[in-house]
Design a protein around this ligand. Sequence first.
Ligand code: SF4
Ligand code: MG
Length: 334
Amino acid sequence: GDPVLEVRDLVKHFPVTQGALVRRQVGAIRAVDGVSFDLRRGETLGIVGESGCGKSTLARLLMALERPTSGSVRVGGREITRAKGAELKQVRRNIQMVMQDPYTSLNPRMTVGDIVGEPYEIHQDVLPRGRRRRRVQELLEIVGLDPDHADRYPHQFSGGQRQRIGIARGLALRPEIMVCDEPVSALDVSIQAQVVNLLGRLQREFGLSYIFIAHDLSVVRHISDRVGVMYLGKMVELGRDADIYSRPEHPYTRALLSAVPVPDPDGRERRERIILQGDPPSPADPPSGCRFRTRCWKARDVCAQQEPPLQVRPGASHESACHFPELYPVPRPY
Ligand code: SF4
Ligand code: MG
C-alpha cells in the first residue's frame, strides 16, 4: 500500500550541559541518529530494541510531541516536524498513542467516560457535545467493555480493561496511525494475547496502521508485517517479519532472536543462545564506526573506522547495516 508515514534521516540530539552559573553545552545524547522508514496503510511495523536504543524518543517524534534536531516526518504527504497551531492539532488527531502502562496513564480522578471522551473536549469541532456520550459508549463497546460502565473510575478495572480504555480513547478521533509503545509489557502474560488480538481486530476494522514498539522480538512476532531493529539510535535491520525471523543478518538481531525460544519440529530449541557481553554504550558517547562493535563477536578493524550503511545486499531479502552480515542461500525459484 501507499505510505501513511514517511520518516527520513530523523535525528534527535538532546544537549548535555555543564556549569552552575553559565551553562554550556558539553555534548549531546544522540537518542535518534539518522532513522528512515515508511509505514504503509494498514500495516504493522514492529520496532524493537533494548531500553535506551531511542525507540521511545522516536515515538515522541512521530507524535510531534518532540521536535527533531533534523530530518523529516511526513504524514499523508504533509511535513509535521515544523507544524504549529491548528496544523499541529490536526496532525495529533491523526496519530494517536497507546501507552505502555495502563496503571499510571489514566487519570484516577476522571470517570472512564470522561477519559475516553476527553479528545472531543480538546478537539471540539469533531463531535457536537450532545452526541459525545453515545459515541463514548460505542467506543467502549468496540473495545469489548460494558458501555454502562462509563461512570466508573479506572481503579474499578483490571489492567487489561484499563488498556482497553486507553485504546478506546486513542480511537475516539478516528486516527489513521496508532503508535503503540510496549502496550502489553505491563500486563499479565494471560492478558497480553487478548489485547494483541483486540489491536489486530481494530486494525482490520478501521484500516489502522500501527507502529508497535517492544523490547524483544517475541512480542512483535505475530503482529508485525515488518520489523525494524534499533541499536543506540540507529536502525540496524529492517525487513518483512518472516525474513527478519528466518534470515537475520545483523549480529545484534541474531542475538535478540537467540533469546526467543523457537521449537523445531522435534520440540527442541533450534537456535544457539547468544549472550551479549556488557551493556550498550552511552548514547552520549557512541563508538566510532559501527555502534555495535563493542559487543560484537564478529568485529574487525573496518568496523571501528567505517559506519555500515543500512542497505539491501545483492541477493538479500531486506536491509541491514553490517560490514559482515550473515549470508543465506538465495531461495531457488520453482
Ligand atoms: Fe559487528 Fe562489524 Fe557488523 Fe558492526 S559492522 S555488527 S561490528 S561485524
Ligand atoms: Mg521505552
